[in-house]
Design a protein around this ligand. Structure first.
Ligand SMILES: [Fe+2]
Length: 289
């Protein structure tokens, strides 16, 4: 997409890398974000894929209100993560009742490259995450551009996957990566595996993106082991250091990203000595095509 000329935004825009990510300054997210400003935020979000807002005090209810500008907010099936009083917020914390690190990582699935909500029929649109407590080292969030991932595949790969569909399954990724606190029968029943195109077309920019990540389990019509190997190979091919933004958190920052054209992951930290508390809203988007 064409860059918007400098000065054409109702806030300050500072690109974070040559290809993706921008910091947006001058917006009070806890206040009312009017339609003119939100339309500009949305335009910047489509252009840069990841928007970073500098540290500010953002109460949980105001975070949900901001997320609602993007669309319908998901109530996550893993209800043990719901924030007190705000089921729209998925809160990841390793702090005990006295605010001390408890030694347990709350969701190890977040450490692998994935896209939020790909295990649903209607997948994740924006994810809007706020850093309440951030560790001194580790606990970063990394983003990889899936437009670029698709563009850089050679023509043989593009032809091979053009009409391929992948099965996405939360129980598969959760059990495989987290290994504790398994899904309940009710949670499993609510999230049957779904399939999506491996190459999706972004409904707003019209650009093609690779759409896999860690929730992708198998390929429709392909023997299981062969599909697993193909997904692992493509997930590895999808991440290019020069098409990645690595964010080191400062307390009170907020990031909004587009799940349709990015993979993301968190990096490890020591949950026995460092605190990390983040809360996020994921907005529901559309059925991928
Ligand atoms: Fe995520």
């Amino acid at each position: 997409m064409n860059a918007t000329p400098a000065g054409d935004w109702p806030f300050e825009v500072r690109p974070l890398t040559p290809t993706l990510g921008a910091e947006i300054s001058g917006v009070d997210l806890a206040g009312e974000v009017d339609d003119v400003v939100f339309r500009a935020i949305y335009r910047a979000w489509l252009q840069y894929q990841v928007l970073l807002f500098p540290p500010q005090d953002l109460p949980p209810g105001r975070q949900v209100a901001f997320a609602r500008h993007f669309g319908q907010v998901q109530i996550h099936v893993m209800n043990q993560y719901h924030a007190d009083g705000f089921p729209e917020l998925y809160r990841l914390s390793n702090l005990d009742g006295r605010g001390r690190p408890n030694g347990r990582h709350p969701d190890k699935g977040t450490l692998e490259w994935h896209t939020d909500g790909s295990w649903q029929h209607v997948t994740g649109h924006a994810t809007i995450i706020y850093g309440e407590v951030v560790p001194e080292t580790g606990g970063e969030t990394h983003f990889a551009d899936m437009y670029g991932a698709y563009d850089r595949l050679d023509s043989a790969w593009k032809a091979r996957i053009a009409t391929m569909r992948a099965v996405h399954n939360l129980d598969f990724s959760r059990t495989r990566r987290h290994g504790e606190d398994p899904m309940t029968d009710e949670q499993r029943r609510a999230t049957p595996p779904v399939d999506h195109p491996v190459v999706r077309t972004h409904p707003e920019t019209g650009r093609k993106c690779l759409y896999l990540g860690d929730h992708a389990e198998s390929i429709v019509g392909m023997p299981y082991a062969e599909g697993r190997a193909l997904i692992e190979e493509l997930n590895a091919l999808a991440v290019h250091p020069d098409l990645t933004y690595e964010h080191r958190w400062t307390t009170g920052e907020l990031i909004a990203w587009d799940n349709r054209c990015l993979l993301h992951r968190a990096t490890a930290y020591d949950p026995a000595t460092q605190g990390r508390v983040v809360r996020r809203c994921t907005v529901l988007g559309e059925v991928p095509a």
